[in-house]
Design a protein around this ligand. Structure first.
Ligand code: SAH
Length: 354
């Protein structure tokens, strides 16, 4: 694990951003560097509850420890390259990373709280036919501190507390599994940001081995699967990942996930006019997921200029929805936000290379 690595590289090397540590990881890091383990709780409290911006503010730590932290660690947030506020209150941030890359993060005011949509990678390799994020191939995974940095920086700039997190921005979270799981552990920690496990959702295009791994995680955050089609032929034409992990395997993994966690799964279904929105496909979808404790979130398509896909009109969307309900499948039609600032689903993309 990386805290051993950090322990060995010693001083003078790359400065360690403490937002990348779980509480346990921080304690191990302190120990490996001749410090006292129990200070980790105090440091965590300063970082996430008192929102300290420097180690010198951490007045209940010894001078010695503060000097050690100052010389080896940092609490850097992300650089804010752009901050847009939509007419509906949705906020989009373009964050600069320590290297040349930039990522987008979206903050949405919901009736249940403030929900932050975080990115998990710079670009994405999944190549879904309809998604703007995939236009830029993956440059790299985001580190845990960059994932946490999105939350801390958005909170600071917007002057608000993030209450819900969806890992639905640019990237495939299960293609960056370890960092995403570490991120969830950090933000969920009761001694830190304390964002409840039921308030955190990870959305995947269906990487089956990682769905199975996720079922074993101690922090029981929610799972959403981007389905978008009820049969392999159609799904593979929209989502290349389906050639590797066909629907049968995904559904089987979902059943195992549910047996282990008793948590309801969300299936996201993007409605693309004339492509996957026929009522017959609603029947097929019902048959596919019947018996799973799941519900379908129907998503209106947000246009991406590079692609020819069109949004399904409201009438047809309602027909699809009604058919699911009639067939005994729970479903919702997602309300969209942030369209005017290109912050809506599937519109996040690499804007600048700085
Ligand atoms: N890679 C993950 C998470 C990022 S995408 C995943 O595939 O789930 C988040 C959601 O937005 C996915 O359901 C994705 O299919 C959907 N999406 C992609 N492009 C979209 C668009 N143009 N309009 C609406 N939703 C889109």
């Amino acid at each position: 694990m990386s805290f051993w690595f950090h322990g060995i590289i010693g001083f003078g090397d790359k400065v360690i951003n403490l937002y990348g540590y779980t509480l346990e990881g921080l304690a191990e890091f302190l120990l490996a560097n001749g410090q006292k383990k129990f200070n980790a709780v105090q440091i965590f409290d300063w970082m996430y509850v008192k929102k300290a911006r420097s180690f010198s503010e951490m007045t209940n730590l010894s001078k010695d420890l503060r000097a050690f932290l100052n010389s080896t660690c940092c609490l850097d947030l992300l650089a804010v390259l752009q901050h847009q506020v939509s007419a509906d209150g949705t906020q989009k941030f373009l964050f600069g990373l320590p290297d040349k890359f930039a990522i987008e993060t979206v903050l949405m005011a919901q009736d249940y709280g403030m929900s932050l949509c975080v990115s998990s990678q710079v670009g994405c390799n999944m190549g879904c036919a309809f998604c703007a994020s995939g236009l830029q191939k993956k440059n790299r995974d985001l580190t845990a501190d960059e994932l946490v940095g999105q939350v801390m920086t958005a909170e600071q700039i917007a002057g608000t507390k993030v209450t819900h997190i969806v890992v639905m921005g640019t990237g495939e979270p299960f293609d960056n599994y370890d960092n995403v799981i570490r991120f969830i552990r950090i933000v969920n920690d009761a001694k830190g940001l304390a964002i409840g496990q039921r308030h955190i959702t990870v959305s995947t295009c269906g990487i089956v081995p990682k769905i199975l791994a996720y079922a074993e995680e101690p922090v029981r955050s929610n799972l959403a699967i981007s389905l978008h089609a009820p049969n392999d032929e159609l799904r593979a034409s929209l989502m290349p990942i389906n050639k590797r992990y066909p629907l049968k395997d995904i559904i089987e993994a979902c059943q195992i996930y549910f047996d282990k966690t008793s948590r309801r799964i969300t299936f996201e279904y993007l409605l693309l006019s004339g492509v996957n929105d026929a009522v017959a496909l609603a029947d097929e979808l019902s048959d596919l997921i019947r018996g799973l404790n799941a519900y379908v979130n129907l998503i209106p398509y947000n246009r991406v200029s590079e692609f020819a896909f069109e949004r399904t009109d409201m009438n047809r969307a309602m027909q699809f929805y009604d058919r699911l309900i009639k067939r005994g499948i729970n479903a919702t039609l997602r309300k969209e936000q942030g369209l005017d600032i290109d912050a809506a689903c599937g519109q996040l993309r690499l804007k600048s290379d700085r």
